[in-house]
Design a protein around this ligand. Structure first.
Ligand code: MOS
Length: 699
């Protein structure tokens, strides 16, 4: 039964789930059909600070099909829970206190969605309101040092004598860069169906990890995990916002109230602007010092950002600065303003994304001040070992990405003097920035089961949030089992399957793939060893898994990339066009050339959107993000860009993990906005240090 197959890893195989998605037969959480379903609609606070005095439902109760109302007065107790320590934002309806505008303060249940929504509108809610404090400023006297950054690293680092090195450097930069808040808007809004039957809970939920949701739900409601099943076969995007949310706690409460009947809840876009998390605005003070020849001597990166009152989330904004360049004197620091605002959360490349906008803009400025090409400047300061840990890099190909990109983009074709390249009323410029993202690994397990010699079930509680996991995991399994792709039958997105890590941290493919490879190896060893190649009656199931990278702690593991952009800025309107972008990445082994390209391209598109359009605008008088819908929160569209080209380096890294993949989901967004801002400077001579690059800043 040994068959020869050509390696599938690396092949540009179209998504195996593609036909189901485009024909509408892939079932997403909200779409599961039940006869006796009821609907829950959440109620959000219209004040940002204070308490709920009374919720009068007299009018709402008269609506046909009204089934119930849960407020802080009758809500079941919820135990403290969270993925990174207790998160009070998940403990919904546990008190009358309001900590931000849009916070859940009640949930209505009714026979139809329309009546649930109408009943929510008819509630007569009285508040005791206090003036909110919702303005992020760097000069606040009450900034606090966070406990830790969101990914667990230290809040501050310091090496050498930064102040002395800065002041003795012949070339100095001292600038502040700011990024606004960005809100999560995955294509599929957060949605849950909860069924509470016979002391067991079933959730159909849109998330980035069914086992994580199971953990949160079981802990919150004091249930043994095996009594909570979470099913999430198809998920329409996550980007960090679907790792455990308060809306499903509300849905479970409603299901507990209406025992036996399935309860459906889907958030509206406007609701998402308060309750699913967002990227904090940042104020970043960069000070750099260099020798005249471009040798970096000192880097200081001090960040001010915000969190809410219910939970501390500290974006690791300066984390990439710790390992990017080889300056001997370095400092990073993060300070938080605790405001009456919603809780920020992970969003695609949390930390690296806003941080590298600032660092890579500053590097561009400093290179020009030294009179050195910004690519050569970066190459000159590329460290031999990780400056932060002192460990060797498992592989670091930033220089190769920069060189290959420069060649492919035609970098050398135009002099670097700003505002010298013109076509009619359009000013033209090119920009470059570096990109990076750490290699993360989550403990994962998987099973291989075969009842026939031509049919292999691969069982793993992985999540495909739109990345292509359905396809790439089948490719990995087929190669590991040495069978054709058609014989692989993958099952994912269900807590009844073997535990696996989140679809987050760009760690999915590496973590799940390593578990599948281990299970496949053990399966083959059992089948061809003790069983002599013959499947037993009733089939064979073998489990495998991996806790961590075998080389964890021995190497610094990161992806790298180089981002290039060409812009045209209109002299009269300040309008920016981006005719072309190029990203060159070194991200370890690429499992599927087609889905990988889409991942890089998607990240770069988000970076373009960040550069040109995206910003959530806070009105501090009300503690409200005022542009909380797609009419006013602008995102990039096809018309904003010409060609986006993706390239990668064939990088063989034997240390990162058995799959050899470094992760590609997040790096595409990192550095993109800096490359565009640097190109805008080249085009116009105007340095914009405050995103987005709106036309008013260029006139
Ligand atoms: Mo990503 S921010 O780790 O989902």
């Amino acid at each position: 039964m040994i068959q020869v197959t050509k390696p599938l890893i690396g092949a540009p195989i179209s998504r195996l789930d593609g036909p189901r998605k485009v024909t509408g037969t892939a079932t997403y959480a909200f779409e599961y059909q039940f006869e006796d379903v009821v609907y829950a609609f959440p109620v959000q606070s219209t004040i940002a600070k204070g308490r709920v005095v009374a919720i009068d439902a007299t009018h709402a109760r008269t609506l046909p099909g009204f089934l119930g109302l849960i407020t802080h007065e009758n809500a079941p107790k919820v135990a403290p829970v969270g993925l990174l320590g207790p998160n009070n934002d998940l403990a919904v309806l546990q008190s009358d206190r309001v900590a931000y505008r849009g916070q859940f303060i009640a949930v209505v249940v009714a026979e139809t969605l329309e009546n649930a929504r109408r009943a929510a509108e008819l509630l007569d809610i009285r508040y005791e309101a206090l003036p909110p404090d919702a303005e992020l400023r760097a000069d606040r006297a009450d900034l606090v040092k966070p406990q830790a950054l969101a990914a667990g690293m230290a809040t501050d680092t310091e090496y050498g004598d930064v102040e002395a090195a800065l002041s003795s450097s012949p070339v100095q930069l001292d600038q502040t860069y700011t990024t606004p808040a960005y809100h999560h808007n995955a294509l599929e809004p957060h949605a849950t169906i909860a069924i509470w039957k016979d002391d067991s809970l079933t959730l159909y939920d849109s998330n980035q990890g069914p086992h994580a949701v199971q953990h949160i739900a079981a802990t919150a409601f004091n249930l043994p995990p095996e009594r909570v099943r979470v099913i999430s076969a198809f998920v329409g995007g996550g980007f960090g916002s679907k790792g455990g949310n308060s809306h499903f706690i509300l849905t479970i409460m409603a299901a507990q109230l209406i025992k036996g009947r399935p309860v459906k809840m889907a958030l509206t876009r406007q609701q998402m602007f308060a309750v699913v998390g967002y990227r904090t605005p940042t104020i970043q003070h960069l000070r750099l010092g260099a020798e005249q020849d471009g040798q970096l001597m000192a880097i200081s990166h001090e960040v001010v950002e915000q969190t809410g009152m219910l939970h501390e989330f500290a974006e690791p904004t300066a984390s990439a600065t710790r390992m990017m360049y080889a300056a001997p004197h370095r400092r990073t620091a993060h300070r938080l303003a605790r405001l009456d605002v919603p809780i920020p959360t992970f969003m695609r490349a949390p930390g690296e994304c806003p941080g590298m906008f600032a660092l890579e803009s500053a590097i561009d400025e400093l290179a020009l001040a030294c009179g050195i090409d910004p690519i050569e400047f970066r190459i000159k300061n590329d460290p031999a070992v990780d400056p932060e840990s002192g460990l060797p890099f498992s592989s670091r190909n930033l220089v190769a990405c920069l060189r290959q990109g420069a060649e492919a983009f035609g970098w050398q074709q135009h002099p670097r003097q700003p505002a010298t390249w013109r076509e009619g009323r359009w000013l033209i410029g090119t920009g470059v920035a570096a990109s990076t993202f750490p290699v993360v690994f989550f403990p994962s397990t998987a099973s291989i089961r075969a009842e026939r010699a031509d049919h292999y079930r691969v069982l793993i509680d992985a999540s495909d949030i739109g990345t292509g996991a359905w396809t790439v995991l089948a490719q990995i399994a087929a190669d590991a089992l040495e069978v054709p792709l058609e014989q692989i039958h993958l099952e994912i997105g269900d807590t009844n399957l073997p535990m696996a890590g989140l679809a987050g941290g760009s760690a999915g493919t590496a973590s799940w793939g390593s578990a599948i490879m281990d299970a496949a190896q053990k399966f083959r060893a059992t089948l061809y060893g003790e069983l002599g190649g013959r499947l037993p009656e009733g089939g064979l199931e073998v489990r495998g898994g991996l806790e961590r990278s075998p080389y964890a702690g021995q190497y610094a593991m990161h992806s790298f990339g180089a981002q290039f952009a060409e812009v045209r800025v209109h002299m009269d309107t300040g309008e920016i066009r981006v005719p072309r972008m190029l990203g060159v990445f070194a991200a370890g082994r690429i499992i599927n050339a087609k889905t990988a390209r889409s991942q890089f391209l998607g990240g770069m598109t988000m970076g373009l959107s960040m550069a040109l359009h995206e910003q959530s605008v806070m009105d501090p008088r009300f503690g409200e993000y005022v542009n909380h819908d797609f009419a006013e929160y602008h995102i990039a569209t096809n018309a904003d860009v010409g060609a986006i080209e993706i390239q990668w380096i064939d990088e063989v890294d034997p240390y990162v993990n058995p799959v050899g993949a470094k992760g590609i989901g997040e790096i595409g967004i990192v550095g993109t906005a800096a490359a565009i801002a640097n190109a805008v400077y080249h085009a116009t001579g105007i340095r914009v240090r405050d995103l987005p690059l709106s036309p008013d800043k260029l006139l």
